[in-house]
Design a protein around this ligand. Structure first.
Ligand code: PAF
Length: 283
């Protein structure tokens, strides 16, 4: 069975491949893999000669009340799935390997890291950009693959790469949904069947926003109101935020003219879920 390798081995394997002229793709994950992750792996497979997947539940992106301790972990199953997908290298470091004792250096994309999820999860994006920078230094990928489901993460990593002039191309892959529309997430595993039904409300709210926009409404406040009304149908679903922002800067928009990201987060029971759509007119 496929096994994960350590930091120095990962670095050497990746360097060796580069010297052999191979194009290296990295898919950073926190494990508990689902079809969404596998779609990233397949996209990497299509465009790269060597595909590396990292599996690391990164403590610095979890707050004190977040689910770090109970986050689903199943390395053996993940490795099996990745072997079936033809992944060349799995890097699943320990916390001390990624954060040597005494490490005090962090990477922050200032001004963006406090937006959307960053507002209710202070320090979350600082943890993400720090670990992603480390992973990029270890693997030195030519391309790195991320899911559009974490739209704010994608925007912030795009800015990180731009500002630090990193030689990596960020590839963003579409959200993968269950047949009823629920965006795939490792955290969906926390949901009981009744909660899972309620979790769909966020997708329905986004869909309502899209419909109202398609009818001609461009005022962001009114669009958000239409979405919030859907969430309000189920009082046990707690809305964290529903916002319409510029997909690149994450600045809030008042009027939707060209491209706009509608992003939301809800809490169902104790599970926090996110989802988003990009507003587009059909036809
Ligand atoms: O999207 C995730 O799973 C994580 O935020 C990432 C990018 C692997 C960093 O820990």
């Amino acid at each position: 069975m496929m096994t994960s390798i350590r930091l120095e081995q990962t670095r050497s394997a990746s360097r060796l491949a580069r010297h052999a002229g191979k194009r290296i793709g990295l898919v950073p994950t926190m494990g508990a893999l689902h079809e969404g992750h596998l779609s990233l792996v397949r996209a990497a497979r299509d465009r790269c000669d060597l595909v590396a997947v990292s599996i690391f539940v990164n403590p610095t992106q979890f707050g004190p009340n977040d689910d770090f301790a109970r986050y689903p972990r199943n390395l053996d199953r993940d490795c099996q799935l990745l072997e079936q997908e033809g992944v060349d290298l799995v890097f699943a470091p320990s916390v001390t390997e990624m954060y040597p004792p005494g490490a005090i250096t962090f990477v922050t994309v200032e001004g963006m890291s406090e937006k959307l999820c960053g507002h209710s999860r202070p320090g979350h994006f600082r943890g993400v950009t720090t670990v992603v920078t480390k992973l990029f230094h270890i693997v030195e990928p030519d391309l790195a693959f991320f899911g559009q489901k974490d739209a704010a993460q994608v925007a912030i990593i795009g800015r990180l790469v731009r500002d630090l002039q990193m030689a990596v191309e960020i590839v963003v892959c579409p959200i993968v949904r269950d047949p009823d529309g629920l965006a795939m997430s490792s955290r969906n595993a926390y949901l009981h069947p009744r909660q899972r039904k309620r979790a769909l409300l966020l997708f329905r709210a986004l869909d309502r926003v899209q419909q109202v926009f398609a009818q001609g409404e461009t005022h962001a406040g009114k669009l958000i109101e239409a979405g919030k009304q859907v969430i309000a149908e189920e009082p046990s679903v707690q809305l964290d935020y529903l916002e319409i922002v510029n997909p690149e800067t994450l600045d809030t928009l008042e009027i939707v003219s060209s491209s706009a990201l509608v992003a939301g987060a809800v809490v169902v029971g104790t599970t926090r879920l996110i989802d988003n759509i990009v507003l587009a007119r059909s036809g």
